[in-house]
Design a protein around this ligand. Structure first.
Ligand SMILES: *Cc1c(COP(=O)(O)O)cnc(C)c1O
Length: 360
């Protein structure tokens, strides 16, 4: 069997190791996973009831238009319902965009290291990928502009950037957007939007009226704590949404995901609380890094990239033996770093204690 030639060099996404696997492999009772930027506090308690309420409807196809969550998201972020596209996670919106816009002979521009799915999907579509190195951990927007030519279809701005946690500010983003040709789509991937505290973080939604070539991505997988259910969305001008919508599968978000997202969205107290605990958690790690003289990137997300000044895999493997799953920077483009998801106070304290022992 011969598959598309683009698939030959690709490997499937390597997720953080599952907890059960690590327990078995190392004979551990307790394992803490701080690897995939999931919410350590779970999701809003209202979600469980919402899911239970539809369990007798599993034989019925979901609403392909996702009307109820569409109405609620539109109200919540103050856009029109027709300005939204829902995906099986924002990962799927990324895939839909690549499917709709990229093909052989086109190219796409993204930062590196950044979220790997932009490149992955672009390669499958046969497009050329132009990667621009981060500058001090931040998107080099000037260099990204220089990579744009008449065949460029999409430019990706991961903001805050995964894995560095750094962000592009409002002034920089607006200046960039004004310079990008109008027929090139700019994607602002805001998967960690709810955790952001920087005052000068861009307000992208008000820019959608002026820029028909802008799409904002958000997700229920991170702060909303619904990663297992797979639901996220894109926001853009309604004409653009209508054009890409045929590239979406008819029933791409499940009923469980839709009702869960609706319940989660209506509990903004939960989100505020998680945001505040995340800040406290980041402060625990900043203090640890400062005491240990370890460089790190201040983060706007729910994760921190720490330079351990030695091979990231060594630190990763040591932590794994001790029952902590993190991400090694070696797989993320930062060979001497590890990326840790901010956990609960106790989880952070436990991993910091282990790291202090190991690195001293
Ligand atoms: C986690 C993440 C996503 C994907 O989230 P979904 O679970 O597919 O909604 C998208 N972009 C970035 C930068 C992420 O970190």
């Amino acid at each position: 069997m011969k598959v598309k030639k683009q698939l030959e060099g690709l490997s499937p996404y390597k997720p953080g190791k599952p907890i059960e696997e690590v327990k078995e492999e190392f004979g551990l009772k307790n394992v803490i996973k701080l690897a995939s930027n999931e919410n350590p506090f779970g999701c809003s308690p209202s979600v469980k009831g919402a899911i239970e309420g539809v369990l007798d409807k599993l034989a019925i196809y979901p609403d392909g238009y996702a009307a109820i969550i569409r109405r609620d998201v539109a109200n919540h972020i103050e856009v029109k319902e027709t300005e939204l596209i829902f995906g099986n996670g924002s990962d799927e919106v990324i895939q839909i965009l690549c499917r709709a816009l990229l093909e052989e002979g086109t190219n796409t521009v993204c930062a590196v290291p950044s979220f790997p799915q932009y490149k992955h999907n672009a390669v499958i579509e046969g497009a050329e990928v132009r990667e621009v190195l981060l500058q001090d951990g931040i998107h080099d927007l000037e260099a990204m502009l220089e990579q744009i030519d008449e065949n460029t279809k999409i430019v990706w701005v991961c903001n805050p950037n995964n894995p560095s946690g750094t962000y592009v500010n409002e002034t920089e983003f607006k200046r960039f957007l004004a310079k990008v040709p109008k027929d090139v789509l700019v994607v602002s991937d805001e998967a960690y939007y709810e955790y952001v505290v920087a005052d000068d973080y861009p307000h992208t939604l008000p820019l959608l009226d002026e820029y028909e070539n802008l799409m904002v991505l958000r997700t229920f997988s991170k702060a909303y704590g619904l990663a297992s259910l797979r639901i996220g969305y894109g926001v853009a001008n309604e004409r653009l949404i209508a054009k890409i919508d045929p590239a979406r599968e008819p029933f791409n978000t499940t009923m469980l995901a839709q009702v869960a997202a609706t319940a989660a969205l209506s509990d903004q107290d939960f989100i505020e609380n998680c945001k505040s605990k995340n800040r406290d958690g980041l402060e625990q790690f900043y203090q640890f890094c400062d005491e240990m003289n370890l460089p790190y990137y201040p983060s706007q997300g729910n994760f921190i990239l720490i330079d351990c000044l030695r091979p990231g895999n060594d630190v990763f493997n040591h932590l794994l033996k001790c029952g902590f799953i993190v991400r090694s920077g070696e797989a993320l483009g930062f060979p001497t770093f590890i990326r840790i998801t901010i956990g609960s106070f106790e989880q952070n304290e436990a991993i910091i204690n282990e790291l202090t022992n190991y690195l001293s």
